[in-house]
Design a protein around this ligand. Structure first.
Ligand code: FA5
Length: 350
């Protein structure tokens, strides 16, 4: 019996020596250590042995099993290192001194308008903030004066996660955190809060030419002593004239959002049809672009700011719709299409 062990070990060593790659190694592993493998087979002959012989033979078979497994592990490591080496050797030479390829990528139209808006607001003293896409119910609704079961929640068909959090349905979800971040500088040092926060929003919407389920907004807030609607209108006008660099028709009408009072809808005359009416503006000639208003006292309070002392405005610019209007894209769904042929034709005109 012991001869069998020795000759199996010798056979294994000889075969292992010839192995060239990991798949051959796996075959040999199964051949020796698998359920029906040669090492396991050795145990079958044990029935004919005496108790003592069986004990010592069993121990030797186990020893062989361990040694075979160890050699296979060593060989695996060796072959993996060899594969990496071969891959590196097969890589084409890379010359860092060569000029860059002329076939350059391009920015997405939404990135272009986002950057443009950021540039405009930064030049007017606003900071640009980043915010999470997964937020709490408090951030997205309660801190914005929308308690649980408030009918205003139905205005946005929100995606809830199993843990109770949700995919941000509006960039307003960042307002509370911004007030908390800057309130001490406002109260103690008199530094006005001036911030914009662009971000991706998600709503379970039926899509059409001007509605997507995933789209970008850019929120803006300004809080200080004596901020009024005139300040709001000034910043909105400046932003639109800088983005479009031509005269565009806008209208301001009353709008309801629980987090502003008074609230407005700022619409833009559709630039796809020139205001005649088309699928991009739902045949109304106008496109809702940037709702806004004076921040509700309850929202300031939730942010740790005294509404008797401070006032402010907030707006929620539809960045994706702005990209549509700026670049004459008639269907909002093209922006999420990933179609490089249509998306790569816009360039940064700076
Ligand atoms: C809001 O989301 C408010 N949070 C905006 C706001 C902020 C109001 C601060 C007052 C003060 P609304 O649901 O209307 O409001 O969305 C704002 C803008 O986002 C719309 O005017 C539109 O331009 C854009 N928008 C909304 N839903 C979609 C959608 N499904 N697809 C593309 N753009 C959308």
């Amino acid at each position: 019996m012991e001869n069998k062990i020795a000759s199996l070990r010798a056979k294994f060593d000889e075969e292992l020596e010839k192995i060239q790659n990991l798949s051959e190694l796996e075959s040999i592993r199964v051949e020796y250590l698998g359920k029906k493998g040669s090492v396991t087979d050795l145990l079958k002959g044990m029935k004919e042995l005496s108790n003592d012989e069986r004990k010592s033979f069993g121990a030797k078979v186990n020893e062989l099993k361990g040694a075979v497994a160890e050699r296979i592990a060593e060989k695996t490591k060796e072959l993996k290192e060899l594969e990496v080496k071969r891959e590196i050797e097969a890589m084409p030479e890379f010359d860092v001194s060569l000029p860059a390829s002329l076939d350059r990528g391009s920015y997405h139209p939404i990135t272009l308008v986002q950057r443009e808006c950021e540039r405009i607001f930064k030049s007017m003293g606003f900071t640009v903030e980043d915010y999470s896409e997964v937020v709490t119910d408090y951030e997205c609704f309660e801190s914005l004066n929308i308690p649980k079961h408030h009918p205003a929640r139905d205005m946005q068909d929100t995606y809830y996660l199993e843990n109770g959090q949700l995919l941000k349905s509006q960039t307003s979800a960042a307002q509370n955190a911004i007030y908390r971040k800057y309130k001490d500088a406002l109260i103690n040092d008199g530094v006005p809060i001036k911030a914009i926060f662009p971000g991706r929003c998600f709503r379970n919407e039926a899509t059409d030419n001007c509605h997507e389920n995933t789209f970008f907004q850019m929120e803006g807030v300004m809080v200080d002593k004596n901020i009024s609607i005139s300040n709001l209108i000034y910043f909105m006008k400046t932003m639109l004239s800088e983005v479009f660099r031509k005269d565009i028709k806008v209208r301001l009408r009353p709008g309801f959002f629980p987090f502003v009072e008074p609230g407005f809808e700022l619409d833009i005359s559709c630039l796809i049809c020139g205001g005649e009416g088309c699928p991009s503006c739902k045949h109304s000639g106008w496109l809702e672009l940037c709702p806004c208003g004076m921040i509700h006292p309850e929202v300031l309070k939730a942010g740790g700011i005294d509404p008797d002392e401070y006032t402010g405005f907030a707006f929620g610019l539809g960045l994706t719709r702005l990209a549509m209007m700026k670049y004459g894209i008639a269907d909002i769904r093209d922006l999420n299409s990933g179609n490089l042929k249509s998306l790569s034709q816009f360039t940064d005109d700076e």
